[in-house]
Design a protein around this ligand. Sequence first.
Ligand SMILES: C[S@@+](CC[C@H](N)C(=O)[O-])C[C@H]1O[C@@H](n2cnc3c(N)ncnc32)[C@H](O)[C@@H]1O
Length: 179
Amino acid sequence: MNEVHKLLAFSDTESKEFHDGDWYSLWKDDALAAEWEVCDLLYGFIRVLKPSLVFESGTGIGHTTKALILGCVANLKGRVVTCETDRDKVEQAQKFLGEFPNVEILNIPAATSLDLHQADFIFSDSSYESRVEEWDVVKPGALFVVHDICASPAVARFVKEHRGLSLAKGRGVGILLKE
Ligand SMILES: C[S@@+](CC[C@H](N)C(=O)[O-])C[C@H]1O[C@@H](n2cnc3c(N)ncnc32)[C@H](O)[C@@H]1O
């Protein structure tokens, strides 16, 4: 466990899954949560880009949200708005992330949030269909990171069509810069 993982973790939550010839670390408590390695990547993006407003679609129970929050905390800058349509998950995420003042968890569909239009960095991890809708409204200059290009052919196609960078490892990550 590295230092970021220690910060991110519930105690004893890491498990391993073989995928694509490599090991990826998954969470025992939420099968839908992004790989630990994707949390590392998100944390790194936030540290490098130092965005003022970070937006996440698909909070789940808050694992990737925590990586985004911790990046902002380390930057001494930035707040995170995250949207989740499932009320039970919102409640779990509120418990998990309650200690942080720089996050707002909204129980609404991500594409309806005005913060999405204004965000500098977006992590799109909602339903596969919603992700294209979300891309449509982000502002020029924003970096849009979308999960699951290896899990969804439609998401993979979307990234290619918009000339994004495809990191086809694990569940896969697409990276797009809005022009
Ligand atoms: C893959 S999970 C999110 C996992 C989380 N980002 C993580 O890695 O810990 C996708 C979540 O998106 C939520 N969701 C689906 N459609 C949504 C939408 N339109 N807006 C916001 N959340 C949505 C689902 O309820 C589900 O909890």
